[in-house]
Design a binder for this molecule. Sequence first.
Ligand SMILES: O=C(O)CCC(=O)c1ccccc1C(=O)O
Ligand SMILES: [Mg+2]
Length: 339
Amino acid sequence: MPPLDELLTRAHVVALPLAARFRGVTVREAMLFDGPVAWSEWSPFSEYDDAEATTWLAAALEFGFDPSLARLADGAVAVNATVPAVPAADVAGVLARYDGCRTAKVKVAERGQSLADDLARVAEVRRIMGPDARLRVDSNAGWGVPEAVDALTALAEFELEYAEQPVPGIGALAEVRRVLRARGVPVRVAADEAVRKATDPLAVARAGAADVIIVKAQPLGGVRRAAAVARAAGLPATVSSALDTSVGIAMGAQLAAAVAGFSEEFGAPAGGFDAGLGTASLFTDDVTAPPLRPRGGRIPLAPVSPDRDALARLAAPPERDGWWRERLRRCHALLSATA
Ligand SMILES: O=C(O)CCC(=O)c1ccccc1C(=O)O
Ligand SMILES: [Mg+2]
């Protein structure tokens, strides 16, 4: 593991502005490392505790400092448009930020909104993208079991490829899946939080609680570990971002390339499920020039490096820079104790 002093020297803390509120935030902070192997990202959300943030740090160090991690430089990964829980009237403006995406993921079950808001938003996405588009929804565990069953029964009319984490926990997920099947509602259930926040990321697959799993590089401790989880789960997997800067998106793209190789065998559509890696389009500014936003529905696998001017322009305020460096000290100590 690289020493703390080296990490602090290589670190840049940035704050990226979002075009629309997402997960309750309008600015996304990240610590980037100018690693000897690649630029890398460490961006656990501010409210995460040190234990969780340390798993994310293992991912950042693998990607930036481990030359033995296999990386592809050629080719591209198909990605979905991500539609935050905006009013239906704003959907066209959001979709216009994603060039050529054939798949969209729509956030639903936002606190303070109703099922009518969700139906209107998903209907608008379907209307704009047309009948051949692949649509999925993500409720971030925002429903209870009966609400989830009702909502997904109503949303099924828009032909969803799956519903991501409709309810919290493995038991509730299994129950929603069971009831939907019993009623003949053709919506698959995907596990996200039940994978990335669980002490055992494979428990959901063992319990038969989901049809699809979402895997993310940083929350699962790195590209290798996330790919191993996807393979061991034996379920089709979708790779997704954690609202990363373009540097973290490049890490996710490597995971997506690794997972595409076997996800099809487990029942994913040909080429795998499109990855939730189009999220650089949710920012109004980013660290690389150009940002790793979808073009023709894809993002390239080539390595990225931030632009010096962008790092200066997007530098986090001094107190946030200091907060991240303190967090790095604590998490580096935790990781050193377990590695
Ligand atoms: O998957 C996508 O389309 C985008 C990524 C995304 O939704 C997300 C981003 C940050 C934190 C949580 C999530 C999530 O999938 O729940
Ligand atoms: Mg999700």
